[in-house]
Design a protein around this ligand. Sequence first.
Ligand SMILES: *Cc1c(COP(=O)(O)O)cnc(C)c1O
Length: 386
Amino acid sequence: MTDTALPRVRAEIDLAALRANVRTLRAHAPTAAFMAVVKADGYGHGMIPCARAALEAGATWVGTATPEEALALRAAGVGGRVMCWLWTPGGPWREAVEADVDVSVSGMWALREVTAAARAAGRTARVQLKADTGLGRNGCMPEDWPELIAAALRAEADGLVKVTGLWSHFACADEPGHPSIKSQLDVFREMLAYAEGEGVRAEVRHIANSPATLTVPEAHFDLVRPGIAMYGVSPSPEIGTPQDFGLRPVMTVAAALASVKHAPADHGVSYGHHYTTPVATTLGLVPAGYGDGIPRHASGSGPVLVSGKWRTAAGRIAMDQFVVDLGGDEPEVGAEAVLFGAGDRGEPTAEDWARAAGTIAYEIVTRIGSRVPRVYVDERHSGSDD
Ligand SMILES: *Cc1c(COP(=O)(O)O)cnc(C)c1O
């Protein structure tokens, strides 16, 4: 035990692990530039510290979904190239152009808006044209591509934009061997060839997210865009564990038990009494709940390490707290309850919580809420060189 009390709940973010993960991923794609994806507050890990750590480890690009995220990086002084891709009419295009952000354009409306912003700012906008090669989400459909390419080339001739990138995104890269991977690559190559044939000279062509970075080398092109793997979480159990790829989970969520008490047999636990003590036992109170981003769907199944043993959320996970049946153990109040972490100290992982909640590990780490303080640590691990 330390002589200082543990906080109610905390998320420890191991930046040395993040840097080591970036280096490991770069080794998987040695000829490609690295874009560190830090959208949604760095998948819950904290956008600014994670962006800085990734740049220290050799990333040269930082990627976000929204322009507000990209502008927040610049406001914090984050250098390197910054790209964002999720735009709605109205921008903020001009602010992004003035902050040296590469902006994604998926359609004519966006090209018109960014061109107008470049004219107003008196600067050339850096534009990356996004192709829908089969994801069916954002991106320009192949039949609309010639019109977008022609308009982008006209704007380039006018000095208003520079086409810095041609890019796309996978639908099923986390399902190894899925036929859409090859067909999306075929469509991507055709759309690249068309653009290049028309005279587009892009600096970077890219399509690879984490699973493609790890398992589809022919998808690496000039740049890879990993998000989840950089945080040491596997894109899917089908692909493998983080350890299989030499990755280390970056986030540990732990709480201090707020109560430890004896309860008789047949005692109902938490809202709805969905758990009843089978025998006389001890109950531990974990002071974190769905208000902190702990998924209520893991009621009755979410795992927690207490005093060296896995315990399970007994009954409902409430907004601020849930209970574990300690089976007669009597840890002190204030003892540490680890919800998930790297897994090498016997604790559950984000993947274990994903299974318990019927979701993916991306959601487990990303939804950890703003009420949980992030504590940045820089641990040394055998096998990492910092
Ligand atoms: C989120 C995102 C990524 C990163 O995906 P991961 O599966 O987390 O590696 C890459 N590109 C785009 C367009 C994204 O939205």
